[in-house]
Design a protein around this ligand. Structure first.
Ligand code: HEC
Length: 166
């Protein structure tokens, strides 16, 4: 009896909440939280690596061995896996804090294409770094920056920039 009325009360409460426009947001499953955190860490490494390269290129003497080459390797290695970091079910609908937009799964062909284009730019970046041609490297650093942005503009929430201002 008390069980029945308990359920009844819950149903009424839920109906009332949905009338009022509330949605019951469930806590994100722990493995989703881990997956999202791990991809954000790796993306941050890529961002740090690109920044290290562009900062180094502003100096009069560029350190290829200790700065440029290892950082281009980080970007190249990570970029090869980027498309594996976004399995279905790791978006904001899970309640987890992510800047990935749902459009990424809705227009997944385009997302994949942008990921592959960036990957190709990362391969070139590393090759040019190894050739030690500073002017070509500057141009390629700009090109890869554009390839990152080409995906961030449609598929990463603008909240990222708002919340992570330097
Ligand atoms: C194919 C799409 C795509 C490409 C290409 C891409 N990113 Fe991202 N990036 C994302 C998405 C989506 C997120 C949001 C991830 C999340 O919050 O779960 C993101 C997040 C980030 C973040 C924020 C991580 C954090 O939460 O602190 C950084 C930094 C970043 N990317 C750097 C880069 C760099 C550097 C490149 C290019 C070398 C790049 N990304 C290329 C899709 C992409």
């Amino acid at each position: 009896m008390s069980f029945v009325s308990g359920v009844g009360r819950f149903t009424v409460a839920a109906a009332l909440m949905s009338c009022l426009g509330f949605t019951l947001v469930q806590a994100a499953p722990p493995q989703v939280t881990t997956q999202v955190k791990s991809r954000q860490d790796k993306l941050r490494d890529m961002g740090g690596a690109l920044k290290a390269i562009t900062d180094e290129l502003k100096k009069s003497k560029v350190d290829f061995d200790n700065v440029i080459i290892p950082n281009t390797q980080t970007i190249k290695d990570r970029s090869a896996y980027l498309l594996n970091w976004f399995p279905k079910g790791t978006g904001p609908e899970t309640g987890v804090k992510t800047y990935a937009l749902p459009a990424l799964w809705q227009k997944n062909d385009e997302f994949q294409k942008l990921g592959k284009e960036m990957q190709a730019e990362a391969v070139k970046l590393e090759q040019i770094a190894n050739s030690r041609n500073q002017d070509a490297l500057k141009a390629q650093a700009v090109a890869i920056g554009k390839a990152c942005k080409a995906c961030h503009d449609p598929y990463r929430s603008p909240d990222y920039e708002k919340e992570n201002e330097e």
